[in-house]
Design a protein around this ligand. Structure first.
Ligand code: NAD
Ligand code: ZN
Length: 342
């Protein structure tokens, strides 16, 4: 089969021939239909500091996908040949303290698909059955491949109730854009989105943002205070991974409000814990991965019911062999989600 492989400890990747994966008794072979490119794949492609520390070549990239089961190991009971599946990309151990307490998203032995285990930028991939998710027939393939990052957005938005609340979303990358749609679907009364990228702000408006702000052109703190009559917002959702944006968010949370943080920062962040967190008595949530599988059920309900429309976010589709074009596009930022056809 053909696959996109990180072959060397250097920038780039290759489109090469690889043997189809072998199955263990509890493994499932999946013929990939679509994969989507995540920021993590771009980090590995670009061989950033994080990738150099975390990633060991050779490895097939990709962890967001939809495909069809073509073969099952002799002990598999959860899926059958012909099922249309996606997967939780955090392959948890099931045995550690966290897994046994219902926090498998922070399993201490997690293997990441496309990082520690060969991924989905290929004709086929093999996975243990316990991470597979059978897709609702009402969800189109192009949306099914996006369920994994959509789940990140769900856990960030719904860490607490948001109906009739005012929201500031920092960062309109794909996950911030998903969050915009989710916040509107859940009845947020005011959704403000900030991003320096006008292309993405235009998508945020299609996803239902009431107001979009470009921090290169507008003072975010002043603008948010003005529109909220100096109250600030009830909820801040941080998807930018930018320290300055984080502080803008903390400045405009109304005392007693909450912030959920999914964005990942290049460096250690600075914040004014006394004024912006403690004396405002805000609640701060770190979000990682998804609740397995309760978040996947919510994802399925949001998407199969049409509560959130993902089409405005899917801006490009390429053949797998043109994966590098997709990576370059993502680096430039003139895109929403980029999908690859296997
Ligand atoms: P992305 O990089 O596509 O989006 C980030 C967006 O933030 C970009 O559109 C960028 O223009 C914008 N931005 C940059 N500076 C800004 C500023 N000062 N103010 C407002 N916006 C600014 O990323 P994504 O795929 O949408 O993911 C969102 C974030 O979540 C990333 O930081 C990613 O690393 C992180 N992430 C975390 C997890 C987790 O499990 N915690 C999982 C996936 C992604
Ligand atoms: Zn574990």
């Amino acid at each position: 089969m053909k696959a996109v492989v990180k072959t060397r400890r250097a920038k780039g990747m290759e489109f090469v021939e690889r043997a189809a994966p072998q199955l263990g008794p509890r493994d499932v072979l999946i013929r990939v239909r679509y994969s989507s490119i995540c920021g993590t794949d771009v980090h590995i492609f670009d061989w950033t500091r994080w990738a150099r520390k975390r990633f060991t070549p050779p490895r097939i990239l990709g962890h967001e996908f939809v495909g069809i089961v073509t073969e099952i190991g002799e002990e598999v009971t959860l899926v059958e040949v012909g099922d249309r599946v996606s997967a939780e990309s955090h392959i948890s151990c099931g045995y550690c303290y966290q897994c046994r307490n219902g926090y498998s998203e922070v399993c201490r032995n997690t293997k990441l698909l496309g990082v520690d285990h060969d991924g989905s930028f290929a004709g086929f991939l093999a996975l243990p059955e316990h991470v597979l998710w059978k897709n609702d027939p009402n969800i189109p393939d192009e949306w099914a491949t996006l369920q994994e990052p959509f789940g990140n957005a769900i856990d960030t938005v719904l860490a607490e109730n948001i109906s009739a609340k005012t929201i500031l979303i920092l960062g309109a990358g794909p996950i911030g854009l998903f969050a915009t749609g989710i916040a509107r679907a859940c009845g947020a009364s005011l959704v403000i989105v900030s991003d320096p990228n006008n292309y993405r702000l235009a998508i945020a408006r299609k996803m239902g943002a009431h107001l979009t702000l470009n921090p290169k052109k507008k003072d975010i703190v002043q603008s948010v205070l003005k529109i909220t009559e100096n109250n600030g917002v009830d909820v801040v959702l941080e998807f930018s991974g930018n320290n300055q944006a984080l502080n803008q968010g903390l400045n405009v949370i109304t005392p007693g409000g909450r912030i959920s943080i999914l964005g990942i920062y290049e460096k250690r962040v600075t914040l004014d814990l006394n004024s912006d967190v403690i004396f405002k008595k805000i609640r701060m949530y770190g979000i990682t991965g998804r609740k397995v599988f309760s978040t996947w059920y919510k994802t399925s309900h949001f998407l199969s019911s049409g509560l959130v429309d993902l089409n405005p976010i899917i801006t490009h589709k390429f053949a797998l062999k043109d994966c590098e074009r997709g990576m370059q596009l993502m680096k430039g930022g003139k895109c929403g989600k980029v999908i690859l056809t296997s």
